[in-house]
Design a binder for this molecule. Structure first.
Ligand SMILES: [Cu+2]
Length: 163
């Protein structure tokens, strides 16, 4: 009889628990490993890229932030999404996106230069795009600039849908 294979009952139970724990750890690593960091930089007084596509659960890290700041434009995001606002010059400011939808943000300092960007998280519902359009129509002096970026975002969404 091979004594090494003939483990007693408590020892077998111990091994089973160990195997389950390892399997669970692997599962957690795989599911959390899918969340990615995406870098949005600056190029003069423009965001780079101007329109970013990410998945729900991913994060954006803002770089090249000397003389810039980033903040969500009120009303131009999925309902209930938390607002963000960095300090001026805040390098590496990070935002995590749990809710799918379109997020329009700006650099307040360079708003007049057109420093507005869009982050598209996951799949966009047509109703959400309509809500964004309605909110843009309500904007004051920044309306024209924001409209240009929203139009660009829609073109890029269409182009990706065709590919
Ligand atoms: Cu700026």
């Amino acid at each position: 009889m091979n004594r090494r294979l003939a483990l007693d009952k408590p020892r077998q139970h111990e091994l089973l628990v160990l195997r389950l724990a390892l399997a669970l750890t692997a599962l957690i690593c795989v599911s959390s490993g899918r969340a990615e960091d995406h870098v949005i930089g600056t190029r003069g007084s423009q965001w780079n890229p101007i329109v970013a596509f990410i998945d729900a659960g991913d994060s954006v890290v803002f770089t090249g932030m000397a003389s810039h700041e980033t903040e969500l434009v009120a009303g131009l995001h999925p309902e209930g999404a938390p607002a963000w606002g960095s300090e001026l010059d805040e390098e590496g400011f990070r935002v995590t996106f749990d809710q799918p939808g379109a997020y329009i943000y700006k650099c307040h300092v360079h708003l007049n230069a057109g420093m507005v960007g869009a982050i598209v998280v996951g799949a966009i519902e047509p109703a959400h795009l309509s809500a964004i359009d309605a909110a843009v129509a309500m904007l004051g002096e920044e309306r024209r600039i924001v409209q240009r970026i929203v139009a660009r975002m829609k073109r890029e969404i269409d182009r990706r849908a065709r590919n």
